[in-house]
Design a protein. Structure first.
Lengths: 432, 124
């Protein structure tokens, strides 16, 4: 009678051990899935993944390589037990890449894959390190990397079942690399977009300044007016606590507020006398014309055309073109109105000299609530005060108005007094 | 950047040197065996420090490494991989490894995966 292959206890023991192996491998697979899904640190994910893979089947050594198609190279991302002499990178031919893509994520016996250039060139080192399997990591028909798998601690050959487990884990590792590649690509594109955006902003800003210079070139007496209004508008917006983007928008509105003057005859703009009613009517068209010019342009800041149209409106309704009252006037137009008036008062004009600092402060105080919004007037005066008291190191007003102007006698107490008075001023809206 | 799993972040590993009783007191105290405690942290990336500690002991002259599992409840795949790294490091330096006080479940796992082909399981 032939001797049975197993004693009665052996099949049961073998079955139990197989079951335990499957449970252990599934545990590793589950851990790997969680690792790939949750970890944000790619390097740690790859290291942990390699440990999980090697530990799932008791593999003595191995490595994970990433593939760069651009460089035609497999570079090791994590290794265990391969020693210093193992190459950090392997060149990969296009033929090898195609071959790996054809077989997908499959465990290839090193001894059976000698036709590949990778193995004909590097077979010796793989053999020296007891690498038995190589596993291409293919996701969405793209080769992303390679697993190098050494011998099992048990000394057994890899069974088809073992290879299935390795491939399942390889697919997870492939997904981790794919996610990393996508993220890197996204980051690169985001950087590129940001760079383009910055360049466009710079171009836009330069264009705006060029327009301002073109506007100002029509009037030899008010050279630099639009630029200064742009800067005053920016200072006021900053004093009002606006955020950087809003400040930049306000500045653009200041630079372009007089764009409509491009269509006004030069002799009217440069008239060295008080212009007559007809000429005044022509000149007063410039806010509406400016609006028409700016409206079709897609500005990053929506209120730019409104600032041009309403920068001559007054809180008391005596402005133009529409005679709007306080809250009917867009806020940005109120700021530009003040910046425009302030520059008119503080620069020489064909028919009058600029007014001394104390007169300007008095005028602003007097017209606060009638022509100018009190909180906006306060913001302008506060900006000047912060400079005269030395609180602000950046001497913006000194650069725009001149040192002499900013060092006018008693300017600081006058500003404080005006700010106190304006603080108690009510907007015209309340009485309309 | 390559990530060698034999390196890793430093984690304190409790270890002690074991000296032969017969060693003359005039001889330099050079350990021939060393104990490294596997602890609870073997099952995560920080467990790589166990392998690093073992390598250090071997470099210091230890020819027998005893990894103590008395405080280790479960060993997962990461733990197995780290321990295989310990075995590999010891083998390539002519040292032997013993696992002490391994519980029954872990012993079965080591046997199933062939780890016991390379180490001896001992009890204190």
């Amino acid at each position: 009678m032939a001797k049975p292959l197993y004693t009665s206890a052996e099949p049961q023991r073998a079955m139990t051990q197989n079951g335990s192996k499957i449970v252990h491998a599934f545990g590793a697979l589950a851990d790997l899935g969680a690792e790939v899904a949750n970890r944000s640190n790619f390097q740690d994910t790859i290291r942990t993944s390699l440990h999980l893979l090697l530990g799932s089947l008791g593999i003595m050594r191995g490595g994970v390589a990433r593939y760069s198609r651009f460089e035609g190279e497999l570079s090791l991302a994590a290794v265990r037990g391969l020693g210093d002499e193992f190459p950090l990178a392997f060149a990969l031919t296009r033929e090898d890449e195609r071959a790996f893509l054809q077989c997908g994520t499959a465990a290839l016996e090193v001894l059976d894959a000698r036709d590949l250039t990778l193995l004909s060139l590097n077979g010796w080192i793989l053999e020296a390190k007891d690498i038995e399997l190589i596993v291409p990591l293919v996701v969405h028909d793209e080769l992303l990397g390679m697993l190098f798998i050494g011998e099992k601690a048990s000394g057994d050959r890899y069974s088809p079942h073992d290879k299935d487990i390795i491939c399942a884990m390889g697919r997870h590792i492939g997904v981790a690399i794919s996610q990393r590649n996508l993220l890197t690509e996204l980051e690169r594109k985001a950087d590129e977009t940001l760079k383009l955006y910055d360049e466009m902003r710079a171009t836009y800003s330069d264009t705006v300044k060029a327009f301002a210079a073109a506007i100002d070139s029509k009037d030899k007496y008010t050279e630099g007016h639009s630029t200064r209004v742009g800067k005053y508008t920016e200072i006021i917006a900053r004093e009002l606590g606006w955020v950087e983007d809003e400040i930049e928008g306000a500045s653009v509105a200041g630079y372009l507020h007089d764009v409509g003057k491009l269509t006004v005859e030069r002799k009217i703009i440069n008239a060295p006398y008080k212009i007559d009613a007809k000429e005044s009517k022509e000149l007063n068209r410039h806010p509406s014309v400016g609006y028409e010019i700016l409206m079709p342009i897609h500005h990053p800041y929506a209120d730019v055309p409104l600032a041009a149209k309403y920068h001559h409106e007054r809180l008391d309704g005596r402005g133009y073109p529409d005679g709007l009252y306080d809250r009917e006037i867009p806020y940005i137009a109120k700021i530009v109105n003040l910046a425009d008036s302030f520059d008119a008062m503080t620069t020489d004009r064909p028919y009058k000299r600029r007014r001394p600092a104390h007169e300007v402060v008095e005028d602003l105080q007097k017209n606060s609530g009638l022509q100018f919004a009190p909180e906006i007037t306060s913001a302008l005066l506060r900006g000047i005060l912060r400079e005269t008291t030395g609180e602000l190191k950046d001497k913006r007003f000194r650069r725009l108005l001149g040192r002499e102007y900013m060092e006018a006698e008693n300017l600081t107490p006058m500003l404080r007094h005006a700010l106190d008075n304006i603080g108690s001023t009510q907007s015209i809206t309340l009485s309309v | 950047m390559i990530h060698d799993l034999e390196a890793g972040t430093a984690v304190a590993v409790i270890s002690e040197d074991v000296f032969p009783v017969s060693l003359p007191s005039s001889e330099p105290r050079r350990s021939s065996a060393a104990v490294v405690y596997a602890g609870d942290y073997l099952n995560k990336l920080s467990g790589e420090s166990v392998e690093r500690e073992c390598r250090q002991k071997i470099a210091e002259g230890a020819r027998e490494l005893i990894v103590d599992f008395s405080r280790t409840e479960i060993v997962n795949s990461i733990g197995v991989s780290i321990l295989l790294g310990v075995i590999d490091a010891a083998k390539s330096n002519g040292a032997t490894v013993m696992f002490a006080d391994v519980n029954e479940g872990t012993a079965e796992l080591f046997e199933m995966l062939g780890v016991t082909n390379h180490v001896r399981l001992i009890h204190n």
